[in-house]
Design a protein around this ligand. Structure first.
Ligand code: ZN
Ligand code: ZN
Length: 389
């Protein structure tokens, strides 16, 4: 089953319409309306909306009944970035744009749905999962908390993401951790403050903060195994208003990225321990708060190898990298992979602007490859899941 020109042409049109009308997080009335209208035209068997606030699941039944389903996921939300392109289909919404290619992800999954609904040549059911709020809103988690995996009997799940720098017609993934966990850390230092001319009568939260920032860098450099990726970036430091006043409070914030749960926990503990000790040395008090955001995106080894095999059958083995370097960006598809086996796969976006850049555009030339890959992947996964059908 390969994508016909018709599927690709339609999906390209859909992609451009989505691109022109970007919406954010869970506020996706036009996008979800558009997806539901297309699914109705395509003639899927069932459409359920409002899952995890505004997620959508469409089901397509193949031959034979089964309560086990293979799912393909697309994220629907855009970013609060003002688009700077001259595209005829550029964003019509000021300050919002599809800068992460989710317009392309939706279009490719819709294109695959059209093809699968026309053929039905697979056992069991294939579900198309359209999720809200990938960009910082944990929409995947919202859908899981709403029971999406159990309600639709999802046994395996796969997702595609556009990747700038990877040539068009190429795919890349890896077994194990592909993308990082992402956590926030917020440090508040509190002291007496006072007159800048009489520092002996005050506490210096700025000096304590500067020492804390330096000391925290020791964690990635000296505490964590050098072969284990870890980033601790403290990116905000706020204290003081006037040159002659020693402030009573400083806040420092940043992000922590890792590929392994053990590393994640170790960094959390070490930041708290280090900052508390430094603060005590300076006679100020420290409050350290870590907020866990997305976990690491960890591909099931077998399913990643399977996805590589499927991609190679479409574009040739030389265009598929099965052991790509992990990235320290994060992705909420991680929540699905924490619950069900599956794989997250990058699809080449060619020499485009980077993700989250105001000049980014999803490459329409990738759509045909994406549809062909998703269809063959879903069908082959269903056949493996239902060997007797
Ligand atoms: Zn993004
Ligand atoms: Zn994205």
């Amino acid at each position: 089953m390969t994508a016909t020109k018709d599927d690709v042409g339609l999906a390209t049109e859909w992609r451009r319409r989505l691109h022109a009308n970007p919406e954010l997080l869970y506020d996706l009335p036009a996008t979800t309306g558009f997806v539901v209208d297309r699914l109705r035209e395509i003639g899927v068997d069932a459409i359920e909306t409002g899952i995890g606030r505004c997620g959508i699941v469409a089901s397509i039944h193949g031959r034979g009944r089964s309560d086990r389903t293979v799912a393909l996921r697309a994220d629907m939300d855009a970013l609060p970035i003002g688009e700077r392109t001259d595209l005829p289909y550029a964003s019509r919404a000021a300050g919002r744009m599809h800068a992460c290619g989710h317009d392309g992800h939706v279009a490719m999954v819709l294109g695959a749905a059209r093809r699968l609904a026309a053929s039905r040549d697979f056992p069991g059911t294939i579900a198309l999962v359209f999720q809200p709020a990938e960009e910082g809103g944990a929409g995947a988690k919202a859908m899981i908390d709403d029971g999406v995996l159990e309600r639709f009997g999802i046994a395996e799940i796969y997702g595609l993401h556009a990747m700038p720098g990877l040539p068009i017609g190429h795919f890349a993934t890896r077994a194990g951790a592909l993308m990082a966990s992402s956590d926030l850390v917020e440090i508040t230092l509190t002291g007496r403050g006072g007159h800048a001319g009489t520092p002996h009568l005050a506490d210096d939260v700025v000096l304590a903060g500067a020492a804390a920032v330096q000391a925290v860098q020791r964690i990635a450099a000296r505490v964590i195994d050098p072969l284990e990726p870890a980033v601790v970036s403290l990116t905000c430091f706020h204290a003081g208003e006037r040159e002659n006043v020693m402030p009573a409070r400083a806040t420092i914030r940043g992000t922590v990225r890792t590929l392994a749960e053990a590393t994640r926990g170790r960094i959390e503990t070490e930041i708290e321990r280090t900052v508390t000790a430094i603060a005590a040395g300076f006679g100020v008090t420290a409050e350290v708060r870590s907020t866990r955001e997305y976990p690491a995106t960890v591909n099931d080894a077998g399913r990643a190898a399977f996805a590589v095999e499927v991609a190679a059958s479409i574009v040739g083995a030389r265009a598929v990298d099965g052991s790509t370097r992990p990235m320290l960006g994060s992705e909420d598809f991680a929540y699905f992979l924490a619950e069900r086996p599956g794989a997250f796969v990058f699809i080449g976006n060619g020499a485009s602007a980077p993700l989250h850049s105001p000049a980014f555009d999803f490459a329409d030339a990738a759509i045909g490859h994406g549809i062909a890959f998703l269809c063959r992947l879903a069908v082959a996964a269903s056949e493996r899941l239902h060997p007797l059908a």
